[in-house]
Design a protein. Sequence first.
Length: 510
Amino acid sequence: MKPLAGGLGALLLAALMNGHTVNAAASCEGLASLTLPNTTITLAQTVSAGAFTPPAPAGATTPAPAAAQAFKTLLAFCRVAATLKPTNDSDIKVEVWLPAGGWNGKFQAVGNGGWAGVISYSAMADAVRAGYASASTDTGHVGGRGTFALDHPEKLIDFAWRSEHEMTLKAKAIIQAFYGSAPKLSYWNGCSTGGRQGLKEAQKFPDDYDGIIAGAPANRTAISLWIAAAVLKNPASYIPPAKYPVIHQAALAACDSRDGLKDGLIDDPTKCDFDPKVLLCKGADGPACLTVPQVEAAKKIYSPAINPRTGQQLFSSLVPGTELGWGVQALGPEPSANIYDQYRYVVFKDVNWDWKTFNFDSDVVRGDLPENLVMNATDPNMKAFFSHGGKLLLYHGWSDTNVPTLNTIKYHKSVAETMGGAAKASDSVRLFLEPGMGHCGGGEGPNVFDKVGALEQWVEQGKAPQMLNASHSTNGKVDRTRPLCPYPQVAKYKGTGSIDDAANFVCKVP
């Protein structure tokens, strides 16, 4: 395997090091004097084993005790913090963590969530525990809202893709300076915004990484406005959260056993034709039924957004099985902030913009203008990334209420078509869907699985993942395991043994 993807790594690092290749390792504190383009190193210090305490969150004076406790098992590492200014309006904070001992010779960058605005310390710690050098960025602003984007197009580009690429280049240079050699392999590991970031890296900078884990890629659509229009615009349509479990149980009753196994999970929600009308109140409104406006609202949540003028399908919405998490989008009184901020600060550039005025014809067109979707990573042409052996592991929980799972399925299909069909594409990209899993984890279904190990075997040994063993725990105790299968395969029960044991399932095309 080449030292860095695409064979360009040595040249890039040499350029970053001002033409001087570092052959001998530097001390951690000595990295403070390292000179890199558009970079100011603000911290370079050795952190003793178990001594790291994350900075307090915005608005707090001290970090939460539980947050500090989570880092007690970290061995000693070199912590480097830097500010990157690729443009006059840029203020990108990055951190690079370098194991003081036991480095595996590799680099794992970690992604963000939502609008970012913070370093992903916990994810960095996981990477360092596994022997990786790691890096994370706040993407160029502080705080998890989209307010920074108003009248700051360069900051929006920093958030969209530039911060991740700049962080990658600088991190590799810092790794080479510290260890005296470049990372032999580079991986990206992210979910939600982090999944989108990973796809953007592969599409725009295919030589940055050898392998990418992209979970639930959070490409922007107006889904939050679609659901808000269905549930929040008319008070009569509002569905109280206390009714979510009622709707969920009705959906399970309709579709759980469609796959031949009654296990509390909907294996493939696309084959579920659940109609919430079965819950229509026969008399007055009550806690176990839905009124006529509530039935219509629930139907819209399950339905793709439709252009009211043309009848054209605009974008995907949620699927049966997601009901327990509907509060993310439908709790109110306003739409989910991630997308609301996208339209306030990026699309309409008006802090007082009223979501109730949104037009699902003209305003969707406006929202989808390229300058407003500069962060989206939907280009299906991944040939440059795949051509040097790059591998892409996609995953998405079927019960995700933040990002529609159907979007990731559509993207995977578009990549496969661009590659010349699913058979050819499977050597380079695989998608794993998790029944009952929420956004990036959690939920009623098995939701913990070794993504990094699977990607390592794929990139380093050529062993494409045939299945991933996932587990579900209650109160810290594993109570179910189940294989996750590469799409379009699903886990099928063999017919004997416990349905809570992955060994009793096999991956098959339905």
